[in-house]
Design a binder for this molecule. Structure first.
Ligand SMILES: NC(=O)C1=CN([C@@H]2O[C@H](COP(=O)(O)OP(=O)(O)OC[C@H]3O[C@@H](n4cnc5c(N)ncnc54)[C@H](OP(=O)(O)O)[C@@H]3O)[C@@H](O)[C@H]2O)C=CC1
Ligand SMILES: O=C1OC[C@@H](O)[C@H](O)[C@H]1O
Length: 406
């Protein structure tokens, strides 16, 4: 067997998700059956201070990758100039992705960028054009899409296991009273950071609709849905959206392409996720309705580990339902799979991932733009703009509270 190839990562930002991602990145890929690649972290940068990057490296990198050392930087600009970095993981709030990705692309660095990809579709389109022009890999890190569970469900749909897909519903509710759970500076409610549920949580509900309805079709048959939406921009302190509901009318159904499919995507702060979700009484958070059966995915929908296929039509060897459990091997949180995908694409010289093509990221951003237009939701011009470079607001110094949602 040939030797695994190494990919050297540079981590941009040192916050919550940068920590989770880096921990997952340095779990031995063999524990999940991946033998062709090895991930290394060769640099990390903090916009707050070099000391913060040093602390990050000593907590999450040192001692976890043999003799390989990582360099700490006190600015993102230094990170993107490091010749020992192959690919940048952008882990800043989504308000900053456009500026941060432009910076990386300008310095010829491929990118894996956290969700939501940008604030609006215009920004996403420019990033794609820049990546294309510079021949650089660029991918949105919607981690759930790369889970073996998601891949298995997409295949079941394509194989016609539940017949023609006619309707999909997906909900992400986190049961958080924003005034108690999030400081006004927190990215979940802070409109300066594109806060609100649409871009933070609604993106997952949309991910389930798109990956099961749109992505399961052959490329040439994929068509953007018509969109209707409503937003509750009622967060009492910031006016951020606390709840959002989107109805999507997709013109082509999977697998035969004969009819239409409706999608209902919801996300909310105050309403609760299913308290019984780890028990037999759990109610599904994603339901994929076919004319011969249904696939039910149990939440949280960003990190599901269980789904069920029920059959409405009796067929040969069909049980009334099949339950499927998935594990997180090697103790990973689940972000390693997207990292594996990005690394493989990068090594193969690809510019985009088949699992999350640029056109699909853009269509999803356009969907959210449309919902915002209908609901009258705008963010400050400094983060909506496509101008580059912009002097972005620095990180707020105070420490904000977060809720544990896992
Ligand atoms: N895939 C997933 O499961 C998750 C994805 N996310 C996504 O990851 C991104 C980051 O979220 P998360 O890590 O939770 O956020 P955090 O607030 O924990 O961290 C964000 C980091 O970005 C950097 N940063 C740069 N500019 C600013 C600014 N103006 N305000 C605040 N931070 C700034 C800071 O790092 P430094 O000071 O080191 O530069 C900060 O620590 C978001 O886009 C979010 O949607 C979040 C949670 C889960
Ligand atoms: O991406 C995310 O997934 C998990 C949630 O807890 C978090 O708020 C969100 O940003």
């Amino acid at each position: 067997m040939s030797q695994p190839k190494s990919v050297r990562w540079g981590i941009m930002a040192t916050g919550g998700i940068a920590q989770t991602f880096t921990k997952d990145l340095l779990v031995d890929p063999k524990t999940r059956g991946v033998n062709d690649i090895v991930h290394l972290v060769t640099a990390a940068a903090s916009s707050s201070s070099k000391a913060s990057a040093e602390k990050f490296i000593s907590s999450y990198v040192d001692g976890k990758q043999g003799d390989t050392k990582a360099t700490a930087y006190g600015s993102y600009k230094e990170l993107v100039q490091d010749p020992n970095v192959d690919i940048i993981y952008v882990a800043t709030p989504h308000s900053h992705h456009y500026q941060n990705c432009r910076l990386a692309l300008e310095h010829s660095k491929p990118i894996l960028c956290e969700k939501a990809l940008t604030v609006n579709a215009d920004q996403a389109k420019i990033l794609v054009e820049e990546a294309k022009k510079r021949n650089l890999f660029f991918m949105e890190a919607v981690w759930t899409r790369y889970f073996p569970l998601s891949i298995e469900i997409r295949k079941a749909i394509q194989d016609g296991k539940i017949g023609e897909v006619l309707k999909v519903s997906a909900d992400l509710s986190i049961g958080a009273i924003p005034e108690d759970s999030f400081d006004v500076a927190h990215r979940m409610v802070n409109k300066d950071l594109a806060g609100g549920v649409l871009l933070d949580l609604g993106i997952y509900s949309l991910t389930w609709l798109f990956q099961t309805i749109y992505h399961t079709l052959p490329k040439e048959k994929r068509q953007a849905p018509k969109v209707v939406g409503a937003l509750m921009t009622s967060e009492p302190r910031t006016g951020a959206d606390e709840a959002t509901t989107m109805l999507l009318d997709f013109p082509v159904s999977t697998p035969t392409g004969k009819s239409r499919t409706h999608g209902i995507a919801t996300a909310a702060l105050r309403t609760h996720f299913d308290h019984e979700r780890d028990t037999e009484q759990a109610t599904p958070a994603v339901r994929i309705f076919g004319d011969e059966g249904e696939i039910q995915v149990f939440g949280p929908i960003y990190r599901p580990s269980r789904y069920r296929i029920t059959y409405t039509k009796k067929g040969d060897n069909k049980q009334p339902f099949e339950d499927k459990e998935h594990e997180f091997p090697g103790g990973i949180h689940g972000m390693s799979w997207e990292a594996d995908e990005a690394a493989r694409c990068f090594l193969a010289g690809k510019l985009e991932s088949e699992s999350m093509p640029w056109s699909e990221s853009i269509t999803i951003m356009e969907t959210m733009d449309e919902v915002r237009k209908l609901g009258g939701l705008t963010y400050p011009e400094t983060i909506e703009t496509t101008k580059y470079p912009m002097d972005m607001k620095a990180k707020q110094p105070e420490h904000v509270q977060t809720v544990n949602r896992d």
